[in-house]
Write a protein that binds this ligand. Structure first.
Ligand SMILES: [Zn+2]
Length: 285
C-alpha cells in the first residue's frame, strides 16, 4: 500500500443548497511509517494561522471538524450508495487568494456541476473547492486517517492540476483574483468509490455545524513540485511583510458522540498488514 505525496480528496456538502466544496488534503511523505506521537509532535510546533488560533480558544460545539478517522471504529453502512459527480468545466469562473487558501469558484445558478447520492438527501451544486497543505509534505491534511503517515512513493504529475499551478503566481497575494475558465476538477477525484462520512462543521469561521463530510478512502497522488508551488502563495497582502501560505489547516477536533460510517466493508487487520504479500493474492500491478 502506498500512500504518498498525495492529496486526499474530500467532498464537503452542506444542507445549504449549492454549497459544495471539494477539498484536497496533502498528506504525508516520510520514508517509514511513523507513530501518532511522531506526527502529533511534528505538527504541534507549527505556528497556527491566527484564523484558527483564536477560534480554538472558543469552546467548540459537539460536531466540529476536522477529526481523525479511525478505520477500526468506523461502521460499515450498506445503505451508503456510491456518489455521483458530474462536472461541466465551463462553469469554472475564477481563482482567488482569500488570505488562508486559494479557492476555485464555479457558477452555480444551474445544475450543471452537481454531486448526488451517497449520504446526501438532495443534490448539491459545485460552488468552490480549495486546498489545505503543510509547510512540508509530512503533514497538511485537515482530516487524518488512523493518525498515521505512510511510506512514500513518487507522486504523479497531474496535467489538469498543472493548469491550476501555472496560474498561482498571479494570485500570490491575499485578495487577488483572476479569471480561470474551463477547469475540470474530476482529475482530483480518486477513482475508487469508497468513502467515509460523518456529520461535522466548516473548518473556518463561522465553523457552522451543518456539513456532511465525505472523505474518500483513496487519496490522489500529486507531484511534490506541484505541491511546492502551493507554498509560494502568501497569507499577506501586497505591501505587508510576507508570510508564506503554509499549514493552513485547522487542528483536529474531538469526535464526541459521533459515528463515522463507511461505504465499504473493511477489515482492520488487512489495513495494517498491507505490506505483507499473500502468495495467493499477489499485489495488483
Ligand atoms: Zn477547507
Amino acid at each position: 500500500m502506498v500512500m504518498m505525496s498525495r492529496l486526499r480528496a474530500i467532498l464537503q456538502a452542506s444542507p445549504c443548497k449549492s454549497l459544495w466544496r471539494g477539498i484536497q488534503i496533502p498528506r504525508s511523505m516520510p520514508v517509514r511509517p511513523c507513530s501518532l506521537y511522531t506526527c502529533t509532535y511534528k505538527t504541534r510546533n507549527r505556528a497556527l494561522h491566527p484564523l484558527w488560533e483564536s477560534m480554538d480558544l472558543v469552546p467548540g460545539g459537539e460536531r466540529q471538524s476536522p477529526i481523525n478517522i479511525r478505520w477500526r471504529d468506523s461502521v460499515y453502512d450498506p445503505d451508503l450508495k456510491p456518489l455521483t459527480i458530474s462536472y461541466d468545466p465551463t462553469t469554472c469562473l475564477h481563482i482567488w487568494n482569500n488570505g488562508y487558501s486559494f479557492l476555485v469558484e464555479f457558477e452555480d445558478s444551474t445544475d450543471k456541476s452537481v454531486i448526488e447520492g451517497g449520504p446526501l438527501e438532495h443534490n448539491y451544486r459545485l460552488k468552490q473547492f480549495h486546498f489545505h497543505w503543510g509547510a512540508i509534505d509530512a503533514w497538511g491534511s485537515e482530516h487524518t486517517v488512523d493518525s498515521k503517515c505512510y511510506p512514500a512513493e513518487l507522486g504523479k504529475h497531474h496535467k489538469e492540476l498543472q493548469k491550476l499551478v501555472d496560474i498561482l503566481p498571479s494570485i500570490k497575494h491575499k485578495d487577488t483574483l483572476v479569471e480561470f475558465g474551463s477547469f475540470d476538477p474530476s482529475c482530483l477525484m480518486p477513482t475508487c468509490p469508497d468513502y467515509w462520512t460523518y456529520s461535522g462543521s466548516l473548518t473556518t469561521p463561522p465553523l457552522s455545524e451543518s456539513v456532511t463530510w465525505i472523505i474518500k478512502k483513496q487519496p490522489v497522488e500529486v507531484d511534490h513540485d506541484q505541491l511546492e508551488q502551493f507554498r509560494t502563495l502568501l497569507f499577506t497582502s501586497e505591501g505587508e511583510k510576507e508570510q508564506r501560505m503554509v499549514d493552513n489547516f485547522r487542528p483536529l477536533q474531538p469526535l464526541m458522540n459521533r459515528t463515522v460510517r463507511s461505504s465499504f466493508r473493511h477489515d482492520y487487520v488487512l489495513n495494517i498488514q498491507t505490506n505483507k504479500q499473500n502468495p495467493n493474492h499477489p499485489p495488483a500491478k
